[in-house]
Design a protein around this ligand. Sequence first.
Ligand code: R5P
Length: 299
Amino acid sequence: MKIFSGSTNKPLAGKIAKLLKKPLGRLEIHVFADEEKRVRVLDKVLGEDCVVVQSTSTNADINYMELFFIIDALKRNGAKSVTVVIPYLGYQRQDHVFRGGEAVSMGVVSKILEAVETNKLITFDLHSSRIPELFSIPVLHLSALPIFAKTIREKHWDDDQTVIVSPDMGGVRRVKILCGLLNNMPYMAIEKNRDLKSGKISMEEIKTVTKKRAIIVDDMISTGATIVKAAKLLRKKGAEEIFVFSTHPVFAGNAPLLLQESVVNKIFVTDTISISREKLFPKLQILSIGEMIAKNLRR
Ligand code: R5P
């Protein structure tokens, strides 16, 4: 097996390669003056099973194109199979038509991945469990929830002082799975409404939090608005300590600043997306999905 990394998440790709005791494969990625890219594979891949790691967060378009070119280069050079590890699958929130006239962007991406002859996709905590149905290649949909459960246990937060919270009704399934991993801890959900045109969110009143500690669980943090609003509401309802567990640190715009200045005590995310140095902040802690991916590639 040969492991290659696109430009977006080299630390995670390096971790996976190290765990599998393999060197990272060599690629030449040249960016022209007009920002077009030329991708060239430098290792022999004839007859090899290849793995490409690439997160497709900001800028999703550029990062997807680079990935398509890497897959094409590997296939043209005789790779037997190409498994793509896209820990954060960009465009996943556009998986169906919300308002008449819209494109299904996730469906378009799935068609391109198949057109360049991708053999398998490994990804994490998709926004909807139905997204794999948009692909006709095998999709291994992994979850960071077991990693979150382990951390919550290690911190001794799995006690009767804690409630797990979904910041929207769509996340209840996710929260129920986490509670199941933690001896059926209690959970609650906030009702969030998003204006489909402006993207602005509002949150409905929830039952009073009778627990001292609230743990908000979400698939991703983009602008931070969901977490900041939910935390404010929970504090108003009596939560003294608020923690957040979210798989994908998309961190658009000034999300890091908003999160640092929020009433949240600590925010746990994973390395599905590599966070640039300027976006790190004191309340943030990063957990790794590297071992889980390596384990699945070993099989
Ligand atoms: C939405 O349904 C998702 O689960 C997240 O809650 C959402 O994408 C977070 O976005 P933001 O951080 O911009 O509120």
